[in-house]
Design a protein around this ligand. Structure first.
Ligand SMILES: Cc1cc2nc3c(=O)[nH]c(=O)nc-3n(C[C@H](O)[C@H](O)[C@H](O)COP(=O)(O)O)c2cc1C
Ligand code: SF4
Length: 402
């Protein structure tokens, strides 16, 4: 599968190591400044500023630091990292090497989704080639004292292990359960050393920024969302696939690109994202509006959105690590609520309680899984009232004695 394109292109043919060689010439502080000035934000979903993350890790006095590439790609409807791993592995690793240079790390880990294990021999061969070219190993690209290498570690299919602290727990051999934050991984990460965790796409963008410059990068996208985004488009459309789009693209344009006929809803951000109705198709993909790790699922008129939401909630119920109450106990109640709505056995009072539960889950769950699990529920119930009918509130009968 190839990346389909529209508008300015980032994932294009820059020369191998053009970014790395320029990074080495610019020095650590030069790279850290470019990372910050570029306004690059994490492509894994949360949109945390990459430059800030790298600067925090670089500032630590600890001599041991780590660079981790999050290739867990577990969000339903996301498959863009798979394409990068298959088509542009050198770019991802070049981004990791640049990060290692900037923060002072000697070891990198590619945390690879278990289902992608078939890539391992190909990725190992890529490492071998990069070692021959002096891009991994000792004195990288002739830079005296800059040593760095990457190891692959496999996940085993738990969605929560994509959350960066659960990922680190799993790397250390423990159950993949999110840690309390703070402390954050940039300070207390892998084996308690400063660690940066970035998404596959984030790393793959970095060599382009360093090679072509911050101004070029910021000329693409919007003021608050620099650059482009890879979207994994699926659902009821003629042309599903991975698309590179500039930030600021409207949902309407995406629908046209994907060849979708008369959709009634678009789910942006996967199971943890939001369901956008027709009247909001002018909204844009950008951190300041619809932020997404890349999943875009299109639904046509025939789809039962309550069924869709129930599927997402069942997914979260299975994937919840069970550590905290709002997530563990809240998700089954929302599932029951959907069933009652489908059967017309839910009244206004009960619906109000469900909304208040969903909002509590967003606020009180420990990690992003529980916090985002009610998003689809809330957006469908708010935006698609025709999908369900409420039962009449039974009036309490007054009892008289005698
Ligand atoms: C339940 C859950 C699953 C996640 N899965 C992934 C994932 O598969 N890939 C990813 O890059 N980030 C995932 N994240 C986000 C990571 O915790 C982290 O923010 C990200 O890897 C940081 O990289 P970035 O700043 O480059 O986006 C997940 C978060 C949560 C809460
Ligand atoms: S929110 Fe859910 S997945 Fe996250 S720590 Fe709590 S129980 Fe585990």
């Amino acid at each position: 599968m190839e990346i389909k394109r529209t508008g300015p292109v980032i994932f294009s043919g820059i020369k191998p190591y053009a970014g790395l060689d320029r990074a080495l010439k610019s020095g650590k502080s030069g790279v850290l400044k470019m990372a910050r000035d570029s306004n690059l934000k994490g492509r894994g979903g949360a949109g945390f500023p990459t430059g800030l993350k790298w600067n925090l890790a670089a500032g630590s006095a600890d001599k041991k630091k780590y660079v981790i590439c999050n290739a867990d790609e577990g969000e339903p409807g996301t498959f863009k990292d798979r394409i990068l791993l298959a088509e542009y592995p050198c770019l991802i690793f070049e981004g990791m090497i640049i990060a290692a240079f900037a923060i002072g790390a000697e070891k990198g880990i590619l945390y690879l989704r278990g289902e992608y294990r078939a890539f391992v021999p190909f990725l190992e061969k890529t490492f071998e080639q990069m070692r021959k070219e002096g891009a991994l190993g000792k004195n990288i690209r002739g830079k005296e004292g800059f040593d760095f290498d990457i190891e692959i570690r496999l996940g085993v299919g738990a969605y929560v292990c994509g959350e960066e602290t659960a990922l680190i727990e799993s790397l250390e051999g423990y159950r993949g359960e999110p840690r309390n934050r703070p402390p954050f991984p940039v300070d207390t990460g892998y084996y308690r050393h400063p660690t940066i965790v970035n998404n596959v796409e984030t790393f793959a963008v970095v060599p382009h920024i360093i090679a072509k410059g911050v101004d070029w990068f910021k000329s693409i996208g919007t003021e608050k969302s620099a650059g482009s985004k890879l979207l994994s488009i699926s659902g009821d459309c003629k042309n599903p696939g991975v698309y590179e789009v500039p930030f600021g693209i409207t949902i309407k344009r995406i629908i046209k690109m994907a060849g979708a006929k008369n959709p009634k809803a678009v789910q942006v951000g996967g199971a943890s994202g939001v369901c956008i109705p027709k009247k909001e198709f002018n909204r844009v993909i950008a951190y300041e509006d619809l932020s997404t790790g890349g999943s875009v699922i299109i639904f046509n008129e025939k789809r039962d959105l309550l069924k869709v939401v129930k599927n997402f909630l069942v997914f979260f119920k299975e994937e919840s690590c069970g550590q905290c109450t709002p997530c563990r106990e809240g998700i089954p109640v929302l599932i029951e609520g959907i069933e009652r709505l489908k059967e017309g056995k839910c009244d206004q009072e009960y619906l109000k309680d469900l909304f208040s539960l969903a909002e509590t889950m967003q606020l009180a769950s420990k990690c992003g899984l529980g916090q985002s699990s009610p998003n689809a529920f809330l957006s469908v119930l708010n935006n698609f009232k025709k999908e369900y009918r409420l039962s009449k509130i039974k009036k309490k009968e007054k009892k008289f004695n005698g």
